[in-house]
Design a protein. Structure first.
Length: 116
């Protein structure tokens, strides 16, 4: 079996999805944990690779696991965020997000100040 079947498959798949296929770069590293594929794409193509709520990225990872099973390897995918990204910080469930400045808190309900 070819050693870079997973890398070639990922390149083919992602280049078929994006608008800038020449900017698709895949790095392959092997260690004791398995194979790590690092994917870089044009900043305008990130949405197409990730998909809504990560659905496309999840599907790509599932397909890579299948390729890995066929080649007796554990394959993981890391999608690298492009330089100059304007995405804000992400928060996990249960973590507090950024707070508004003092004095700018929104009312707790639509009838703020009404007595019941």
């Amino acid at each position: 079996m070819e050693q870079t079947a997973d890398k070639d498959f990922l390149e083919f798949l992602v280049k078929s999805l994006v608008d800038h296929p020449d900017d698709v770069k895949v790095d392959r590293k092997v260690d004791e944990m398995g194979v790590l594929l690092s994917l870089r794409v044009h900043p305008m193509d990130m949405g197409q690779v990730v998909g809504r709520q990560g659905a496309t990225a999840k599907a790509i990872r599932s397909l890579l696991r299948i390729v890995g099973v066929k080649n007796n390897a554990r394959v993981n995918l890391k999608i690298e965020e492009p330089e100059g990204s304007t995405r804000g910080p992400r928060f996990r469930d249960g973590e507090a997000g950024p707070r508004p400045p003092m004095g700018e808190n929104p009312p707790m309900n639509d009838r703020a100040g009404d007595e019941f």
